[in-house]
Design a protein around this ligand. Structure first.
Ligand code: BEZ
Length: 211
């Protein structure tokens, strides 16, 4: 069954390149991102793993752990690691789950048989500190993910978890945000002292409140 926003992220115990991990325990009290790769020793995945490795500090700064999955075993992953380091200019610095029996892939519905019945699609799940799924993304195997976009959504999720705001189209960190319609005009003046711009009764903006 597909995983929906607000569902508790299924827990699992799996072998990874950094030893056996129990997912919820490993997440601790922070945020987490789980993403799948169709197969080891494939070109797009190699670039993606190097890309995430290069930018891991940006996830750390957001109190967010990252973990990949590929449907081969850890022995294969460890051989692939050398290629990632050699070709991408970054060593794999986060765990990669060995999921040769598709246990986690099935739990998270990462195999879409009408696309391919053995390889995963490129799934992304962002999990909040409450262990609930905050975002799902699904890309085809032929399209590498955009790490800027994943960080952008993470920034939006972390901001909107703490303030009664939403983020508009193409928002990036530092941009004006939208005040939730549940906040009255009167309360908005108090909650958002940087200023409120009322474009329509249902469209009010304010400078990003957590900066
Ligand atoms: C890749 O990572 O390059 C890839 C993997 C599976 C199918 C197509 C591309």
């Amino acid at each position: 069954m597909a995983i929906r926003l607000g569902d508790v992220a299924p827990d699992f115990t799996a072998d990874t390149t950094e030893g056996t991990i129990s997912f919820h325990e490993w997440l601790g009290n922070g945020w987490g991102i789980l993403f799948s790769h169709p197969k080891d020793f494939t070109p797009v995945c190699t670039t993606e793993l190097g890309g995430f490795a290069k930018r891991k500090a940006e996830f750390d700064a957001r109190n967010t752990k990252i973990i990949g999955l590929s449907v081969d075993d850890v022995t294969s992953h460890n051989k692939w690691k050398a290629d990632i380091g050699e070709t991408q200019g970054a060593e794999l610095n986060f765990p990669l789950i060995g999921d040769e029996n598709h246990v986690v892939a099935d739990l998270y519905d990462m195999i879409h048989p009408n696309a391919n019945d053995t390889l995963t699609v490129r799934s992304v799940f962002i999990v909040g500190p409450d262990k609930k799924v905050k975002l799902t993304l699904t890309y085809p195997a032929s399209t590498g993910r955009n790490i800027d976009e994943i960080l952008r959504v993470l920034d939006s999720l972390q901001l909107t978890a703490g303030y009664s705001v939403a983020t508009p189209v193409n928002w990036t960190n530092g941009g004006d945000v939208i005040i939730a319609n549940s906040v009255s005009d009167e309360d908005a003046q108090i909650k958002f002292p940087k200023g409120v711009t009322k474009i329509k009764p249902y469209l009010r903006t304010t400078p990003q409140p957590n900066l």
